[in-house]
Design a protein around this ligand. Sequence first.
Ligand code: GLU
Length: 549
Amino acid sequence: MVSRSDLADLMFPNVKPISYWTNLYPPRPTGQIVTRLGPSPTGYMHIGQLFMVLVNEAIATQSNGVFFLRIEDTDSKREVEGAKEFLITSLKHFGIKISEWPIWPNGEDVWAYGPYTQSQRKDIYHSYIAHLMRQGLAYPCWMTPEELDQIRDQQMLAKKAPWIYGTYSFRRSKTPQECLDQRKKHPDCVIRFRNSISPGTKTQFEDANRGLLSMADNCLDHVIMKSNDKLPTYHLAHVVDDHLMGTTHVIRGEEWLVSVPWHRQLFAAFGREPPIYCHTPLILKLDNGKKRKMSKRSDPECSVHYLLEQGYTVEGIKHYLTALINSDYEDWFVAQQENNTTEPFRIRLEAMNSSWSLFDITKLWWWNNQVLTSLSHDAFWEWLLAWTQQYDPDFFALLMANPDHAKKIINCERLTPNDPKKYNTWADVKANIWCGFDEIYDAMPMPQFPLDKDMVKDFLIHYRTTFSLDGDAMARFGRLQEMGDMLGYARTNAQFKDWWYKGKIWDLAMILRIVLCKSTKTPDLYAFQTVIGNKKIIQRLDHAIATLS
Ligand code: GLU
């Protein structure tokens, strides 16, 4: 008589016993915390993924533990060319400390628990699948798509939960001999888990962030190995891997929370204790006053690379996410800035918001601004060059054409009392100071003046004849006011309402902004004038006067 073991041996000839793998991969040192990142290589890094990475990294490094990377590529349909390399480069770019990872310069894994790419671990999974079959905990299934449809129809009529379980699987009770006969006719089949849980059963487990949870237990005979490529599904693969790679904490996105009962069943089937689970919250976005999940398609800002391209710094994004992870991070940060603490910040799983976190771009600006502000002039310049070189090569070329001039223009804005609020991102630099570069200034249209053409021209002619860079900002503004008095411009709104004035001093200052910067939002005007100097000021005034004639 054919036994279950014979069937497993025939279906998985030459597989190693699971003891082979447990001997090959020794247990991690007792007490060591081991976390991991198990991404499917999609070639995209979502802000929620980076959030989760930071938590995993912190929990491991805070305890001198291990944080490893494992590529979960058992679903080849989702795989994107070059995505693995993209992911590793992105993690490095964000300065994430990973202890073990796939791909070394010569293409091999060098760490003790590899391969770190699931598609290269097929032999290991087959040992574990064969082991489950020998125990009667897994069975081959040849259900056709038509049969699966029929079952679903029956279940709908009977108002039963869909999927394959209990009596709805007419393959789970076939004898090993019947399976062999079937296999001769149709070699391809899937392998399913044989579940003994009745529908409606509840199970409880602890989530390190959400506390004790009670959920419906898994009663389904899930597929654990696919028929086409004989690779396991993610569920089986990651349980085998987390067990062999010694993962102590599974910290991952909340979309996996519903699968925990199923994953715990797999650990139990292998006679292993499940790891500690922690599910990170969803990052939501406020859209017309309503919270909704951020989507890759409609919310470009959920891609961390888009944020980098927009001029946010790695540090700014990391600070922002850390404050989303544990809200007291901002207080710690301020205390540290003010030298009120020397303690390093520790991320705590239990202090994480458990339901959701709201993506707030103004807060991200704030954090990024903190980073830009903290940079010395030299560092600011170097970082700006690096960013522009990658994301705005034309501006990079302008900066490099005359670095001394460019630095003065940039720093005139950095030194004003309003600054550094204006530089929230690298893109803000050009947006604020392009008027300092003739190449951009000349190509821009002149915005509308607040007064009519003749008044503007009259003022500019007077300004040009008496203009001087002497004195500080107050002295120069005083001279503008005196000129305003003479030409009939009010100093205050109240004066303007009450009397015969042509306009206000404010209008004159605005005209200067428009002429000198071709914009109504300009760097600090007095600092800017000092930097561009007499010659350029006269040149721009003359050009404007000529255009108005
Ligand atoms: N491969 C899964 C994903 O891409 C990871 C789930 C897990 O961390 O267990 O989301």
